[in-house]
Design a binder for this molecule. Structure first.
Ligand SMILES: [Zn+2]
Length: 430
């Protein structure tokens, strides 16, 4: 929206409201030079927000809704007397900013409209919200226009402390944390602590960033630092940015996360990607492909994508010879259709890059390839789209800066009260 115009309209509105106020209070007489009564100022500013999406709300009626399946821009706006010509033009010009064909079911929209003397609704603005932060304004009055706007995101640092009574999820949620915070903590600690094996009485403290829009949390930012006490051992983690985004380190400046090989088979090409609704010619029906296929010659070595323990090694009709590696509480990988296994047996520990088998075409295949499966928190996900931890130690001069930041974080972690510890003490005093 034109901000100068918005400000002007705002000023006019305030003037109108003030005028109406005085007109509607005949008993109030003001001498020249008298200071504005305090309660008047309050009343003006206690009004509902004058603007929504930068548009003065007093001037319009607003219809809010959510996009329905297969609903088009025309479906929504023809009843609001937007002409077919304008809809056609908007379809063209919106492509530069956010195409009206890109609406996704269930996302929010708002229509700002007026009603004329013949009871006809006429839309002035259509607003589409692709996410919690952005919104697109489609201007339908005067000249047509499309504007992409962003709400201001405020980052607020928060602290939390909790004790494990059931699961990490339960503890973080009962302290008011979100599912996103649970998974961030599980990601950070997944390599050090088996999250499914937490004990009652394990406890944690953490400092994290909350992303807020209009006073509502829209997600979490980075984890600044955390202490996780598991079986009476404290595991410290510090988020630190060397310039490529936040990564996590322990008190010695060593990465707490292990990297994955992006290419578990050398000399290969990706022949089929993860696709939950793949059409299989072979079977003449749709069947999810929950892996990434790497085509390579029979006998090409297959490497463990990261450190872990072999939790399955065997044969099934669809998989052929396969190996499954559990890396930590979060990640597990699977390797299918092998011609033969490597030297590692079920239950054995492997390091990243160890050869666990060789490419083959056992099981249901149309040719030699590795079908690589990737589980995150027990669900198969697209390995190629997963943001995975990097693993490299801090350089010597980065380490100095890191230690300064760590000291500060340690102090702040110490200052977080252990609410559960207080509860335990007062309980035992009774
Ligand atoms: Zn596959």
């Amino acid at each position: 929206m034109n901000k100068r115009l918005s400000a002007l309209v705002a000023a006019c509105l305030v003037a109108i409201i003030v005028t109406i106020y005085f007109i509607s209070r005949p008993s109030l007489v003001i001498d020249e030079g008298e200071v504005f009564p305090e309660e008047l100022a309050d009343e003006v500013y206690m009004e509902e927000p004058l603007f929504k999406f930068g548009i003065p709300v007093e001037l319009f009626d607003i219809q809010e809704g959510r996009i329905k399946r297969n609903q088009t821009f025309a479906d929504i706006l023809l009843p609001y007397n937007v002409s077919r010509q304008d809809i056609f033009t908007m379809d063209k010009i919106s492509k530069q900013v956010f195409s009206v064909r890109g609406f996704v079911p269930k996302r929010k929209y708002s229509i700002f409209y007026n009603t004329d003397s013949l009871d006809r609704k006429k839309a002035a603005y259509f607003i589409y919200e692709p996410n919690d932060i952005e919104y697109i304004v489609y201007q339908l009055t005067d000249s047509l226009g499309v504007f992409r706007e962003e709400r201001k995101v405020e980052i607020i640092e928060r602290t939390m402390a909790g004790v494990i009574t059931e699961t990490l999820d339960h503890s973080i949620r009962s302290e008011g944390g979100s599912a996103a915070l649970v998974s961030a903590m599980a990601d950070v600690y997944g390599w050090q602590i088996e999250m499914k094996m937490l004990r009652k009485g394990d406890w944690f403290k953490l400092i994290y960033e909350d992303r807020m829009v209009n006073g509502q949390s829209v997600g979490i930012g980075n984890i600044i630092g955390a202490e996780f006490n598991h079986l009476k051992n404290s595991y410290m983690t510090y988020g630190y940015d060397e310039g490529n985004g936040i990564e996590f380190f322990d008190e010695n400046g060593e990465s707490v996360q292990k990297a994955f090989l992006r290419w578990p088979v050398e000399f290969s090409r990706i022949s089929s990607r993860y696709n939950p609704s793949r059409y299989l010619k072979m079977y003449g029906r749709r069947q999810a492909h929950l892996g990434t296929d790497f085509a390579a010659g029979i006998g090409t070595p297959i490497k463990a994508a990261s450190d872990g323990v072999i939790v399955a090694r065997g044969f099934t009709k669809p998989n052929g010879n396969y190996v499954k590696i559990k890396h930590n509480g979060t990640y597990t990988t699977g390797y299918l259709h092998m011609s033969k296994f490597g030297k590692f047996k079920n239950g054995q520990r492997v390091r990243k890059g160890d050869i666990i088998g060789y490419v083959g075409n056992t099981g249901y295949t149309t040719g030699p390839h590795l079908c690589f499966r990737f589980w995150k928190n027990g669900r198969q996900v697209d390995f190629l789209k997963e943001k995975l931890p990097a693993e490299k130690p801090l350089s010597a001069d980065q380490l100095l800066q890191f230690e300064v930041a760590m000291e500060l974080t340690n102090k702040r972690l110490d200052d977080i009260p252990n609410t559960w510890a207080d509860k335990t003490i007062s309980a035992s005093n009774e």
